[in-house]
Design a protein around this ligand. Structure first.
Ligand SMILES: [Fe+2]
Length: 148
């Protein structure tokens, strides 16, 4: 059901936002001046979707999960307990960004099946956003010392 995809994507967006904020706050090194604002733009872009996802859940007449315990149960993004630095930071980010792409692809397909064209349109826009970041992360990793 579409509402389940929305709940999973809401919880995963919250986790992705927090993990990217962690990187924004804790990243160090030669390229700090570039990495810090770039990570800030990414987490702001994801944070901006949380209210939209919640309101779509209400539109579908369900209640919005809104607790860290519930998000922990629902999220597809693993918690980041330690501080990580590039290149591992970008390897992890690429993987989590791909999880967001997979979630939005699933949402797009289910929204289309359920004739919820507005939500399908929202999912398509979010796919554009995350695919742009996938390209930027891949390009960053390409020449980063120590990256595989
Ligand atoms: Fe900041």
């Amino acid at each position: 059901m579409l509402v389940d995809d929305l709940k999973t994507t809401l919880a995963s967006s919250f986790s992705f936002f927090l993990k990217t904020a962690n990187y924004h706050w804790n990243v160090e090194g030669d390229n700090f001046i570039q990495y810090h604002p770039w990570l800030g733009e990414l987490y702001s872009g994801v944070y901006g979707t949380i209210d939209q996802l919640a309101e779509y859940i209400r539109t579908l007449q369900a209640y919005v999960p809104a607790s860290l315990v519930r998000y922990q149960e629902l999220t597809k993004i693993a918690c980041q307990l330690e501080v990580v630095q590039p290149p591992q930071l970008f390897t992890q980010l690429l993987q989590d960004n791909q999880t967001m792409i997979d979630l939005y692809n699933q949402m797009f397909d289910v929204a289309t099946q359920e004739r919820e064209q507005g939500i399908a349109n929202f999912a398509a826009e979010r796919l554009d956003f995350h695919q742009k970041y996938a390209w930027q992360i891949r390009s960053t990793l390409k020449t980063l010392p120590g990256a595989q």
